[in-house]
Every structure is written in structure tokens, then in C-alpha cells.
Design a binder for this molecule. Structure first.
Ligand code: OAD
Length: 358
């Protein structure tokens, strides 16, 4: 189950919800065992001053990352993303002060904000989740520059996989396919009944969410073990890296693998709390031992566009965004026309009838 390393979690030492755990749980157990080992390995090597991996980037900046990508040595890129990549599409993130979802849930009268996504609460009070889901339901939003940047990485054969915490399906709308994606916290794309005996799968047309995000999908653990050891560059975007085990993925790449964070604020740095939970070391952007982590503080869209420019892909990315948005607009317009036609016909018919009766 995703565990939030927040003050509340640390203070109350919450036991994660284990309900309905399937085969995934053994994988998950392995994974936390592995991350424990990673943590201890990292802790010993840092404490003993043994470090580190090879310094791959010639400079810990976006330019350094771009030169590395252009060198041809960087063939396997993993993106780890969160709600911050979709805020420019109009979808709020969770924790940004003032605008984040968790600051705006008063109307639902929840015992605490995260309850809206917890299965036990949902079973007793499904209304708040469905009310929120209605507001956030896919189809009303367009992918952002950042989503299309990942699509470009795919088209250029550089994207190993995108690990997303988002349920808005915008990665898919931007052209990433099932194989390219791990939707770690579920997705609106597929859904299933939460009853243990039923588990029936529903399509996206069904107004439900895939609650497998409470037990991470088995694929998360199998692909993670395959993808991260061979990763040449990890790009982390739009996430506070506060929810485990997702956040600990940053520790799963080799110790030479550069990690680029594109975010409004620095996240994922080493924290005592993370260590307590056995989730590993975190990133180091600023110490004198920093050798591979780059923090580019900007919006995800600006950061991706800046990187695209350094790579010589800017015009191509702008063109892709324009073309894909126009396509979405024209599909929407056709759909609206279709929906409007029968009612305008019946309105016409009614008008005709009323003429006759008059
Ligand atoms: P958060 O809301 O915790 O973090 C979003 C991060 O993105 C913050 O660091 C913001 O500063 C940053 N940000 C916001 N807008 C941005 C922008 N336009 N450009 C760059 N950065 C931006 O969201 P997540 O990390 O995705 O779990 O949250 C993780 C999980 O917590 C969610 O998947 C959800 C929640 O509880 C479940 O539902 C299980």
C-alpha cells in the first residue's frame, strides 16, 4: 500500500491498509526488503565516506544533462511523475499550499484529507470520492508540454518507462501506451469492483476508479526490478516524493545514474523520516559530495521545453503540442455536435408538435 511519509504517518506510525492483498503483497514485501538493504548500503557508504558512483555528467545542470543525452551514452530514460505535471492542464495537485486538493476538501467533511483515497473510508462513505472523481474525470483536460515531452522521448526510442502516480490518464492521451506506463496508484482507464468476491473489471466509461492503487499493481514490482538497474537517466517531475514505496524508486537506479528533478521545489532529498521507514537515502543536490543529482526548479512545462531546446527538439515539441491539441479539440467538437444533434432534433420535433397542438 502506498505509505505517506508525512508528519501524521510518522507520529502515528500508521499501519498500512492490508485489506485485499493479493500476490502483490509478496512482491511488495520483497521490494521493501530490497529497499531496506539499499538504505543500509547507502547509509554505510555515506557514513564511512565510501561513496559514490562514477560522475557521468560534466556539470550538474540542465545543460549537463542535455550534453549527456546528446552524447549517445544515455539510451534508457525512466520518468517518474506526479500531480505537478498535470496542474497546467487545470488539475490540482495534492499538497501545494492553497491550491492543492488536500487544502480544499472542507466541503467533504473528512476526518483528515487523505481519507478520501482510503479504501476503508470509501466503503463507508463513497460519496466524497465519487464527487471528486466527477470533477476530475478524464476527457475534460488536455495533456501538457511535459506529457508530450515524454511522448517525444518514446518516439526517439529513449523512454524505458514512465512511472506515474497520476490517475488522470493524460500520459495515455499524449500517446504513451500500456507497455510504456506503470500507473502506480491506479487509473481511470480501468476500474474494478472493490468487493472481494466480485472484483469485476469495468471500462473507463464506468464511473469508478481502479482501487488497485491501494495495493500497487504486481507489474509495478516486476518492471521496477527490470527497469531501474539498467536506467541511464532518471527524470523526476511534478512530485513531492512523499508517498512510499513510489518515492523510494529514486534509490533503485545504479549509483552512477544521473537524476534530474524538474519541479517547483526541491523534493526527494535525504530525510530522517524516510530512513526510519526503511525507504533509502534520497537525493543530494547541494552538498559538496553531490555528483549526479540535478534540481531544475521551474514548472514542468518550462523545464521540459528548456531541455527540449538544449536538445534541439524545441520546434518539434511545439509542433507536436499544437497538432495534438488541435486533434483533441476537433474530436471534442465532433462529439459535442453528435450529442447536440438528437436533442436539437427532438427539440425541433417538440416545437413542431406544439405548433400542431396550438
Ligand atoms: P503532490 O501534490 O504531493 O506534489 C506535487 C509536487 O509538484 C509539489 O512538489 C509541487 O511543488 C509540484 N508542482 C505543482 N505544480 C507544478 C508545476 N506546474 N510544475 C512543477 N512542479 C509542480 O503530488 P504527488 O507527489 O503526485 O496518492 O502525490 C503523490 C500521491 O499523494 C498521489 O498519487 C496521491 C496522494 O495521496 C494516492 O492517491 C494513493
Amino acid at each position: 500500500c502506498p505509505v505517506e511519509v508525512s508528519k501524521r504517518a510518522e507520529e502515528e506510525a500508521d499501519t498500512p491498509d492490508l485489506e485485499g492483498q493479493s500476490d502483490d503483497s509478496s512482491n511488495e514485501g520483497d521490494a521493501s526488503g530490497d529497499t531496506e538493504m539499499d538504505f543500509l548500503r547507502g547509509l554505510f557508504s555515506r557514513t564511512l565516506g565510501l561513496s559514490s558512483g562514477e560522475k557521468v555528467l560534466d556539470e550538474l545542470t540542465l545543460d549537463g544533462v542535455a550534453r549527456y543525452i546528446l552524447s549517445g551514452k544515455c539510451k534508457n530514460i525512466i520518468c517518474m511523475v506526479g500531480a505537478g505535471i498535470s496542474t497546467s492542464a487545470g488539475i490540482p495537485d495534492f499538497r501545494s499550499p492553497g491550491t492543492g486538493l488536500y487544502a480544499n476538501l472542507q466541503k467533504f467533511n473528512l476526518p483528515y484529507p487523505e481519507a478520501i483515497f482510503q479504501i476503508d473510508y470509501f466503503k463507508k462513505h463513497p460519496e466524497p470520492f465519487f464527487a471528486l472523481a466527477r470533477e476530475l474525470y478524464p476527457g475534460q483536460f488536455k495533456p501538457t508540454v511535459c506529457h508530450y515531452f515524454m511522448r517525444m522521448l518514446k518516439d526517439k526510442g529513449l523512454l524505458t518507462r514512465c512511472y506515474s502516480q497520476n490517475i488522470d490518464t493524460l500520459e495515455r492521451v499524449a500517446g504513451l501506451e500500456g507497455e510504456d506506463l506503470i500507473e502506480a496508484h491506479g487509473t481511470f482507464h480501468t476500474s474494478h469492483c472493490v468487493s472481494f468476491l466480485c472484483r469485476k473489471e469495468y471500462s473507463m466509461d464506468w464511473m469508478k476508479i481502479n482501487y488497485s492503487h491501494l495495493n500497487l499493481p504486481a507489474r509495478f514490482f516486476t518492471t521496477m526490478k527490470m527497469d531501474f538497474p539498467r536506467c541511464d537517466l532518471l527524470i523526476i517531475m511534478g512530485t513531492s516524493l512523499q508517498v512510499q514505496p513510489f518515492a523510494s524508486l529514486v534509490n533503485r537506479v545504479s549509483n552512477s545514474c544521473p537524476r534530474l528533478l524538474i519541479n517547483m521545489e526541491k523534493t526527494g532529498q535525504s530525510e530522517f523520516g524516510m530512513g526510519l521507514f526503511g525507504f533509502g537515502g534520497g537525493m543530494d543536490f547541494d552538498s559538496d559530495k553531490a555528483y549526479r543529482d540535478v534540481a531544475h526548479l521551474s514548472s514542468c512545462d518550462d523545464g521540459c521545453m528548456a531541455l527540449a531546446e538544449l536538445l534541439g527538439w524545441k520546434a518539434e515539441l511545439e509542433e507536436m503540442v499544437k497538432r495534438e491539441h488541435a486533434l483533441i479539440d476537433s474530436k471534442d467538437a465532433k462529439k459535442k455536435d453528435k450529442e447536440a444533434t438528437p436533442s436539437s432534433r427532438s427539440a425541433g420535433a417538440e416545437a413542431g408538435n406544439s405548433d400542431k397542438t396550438e
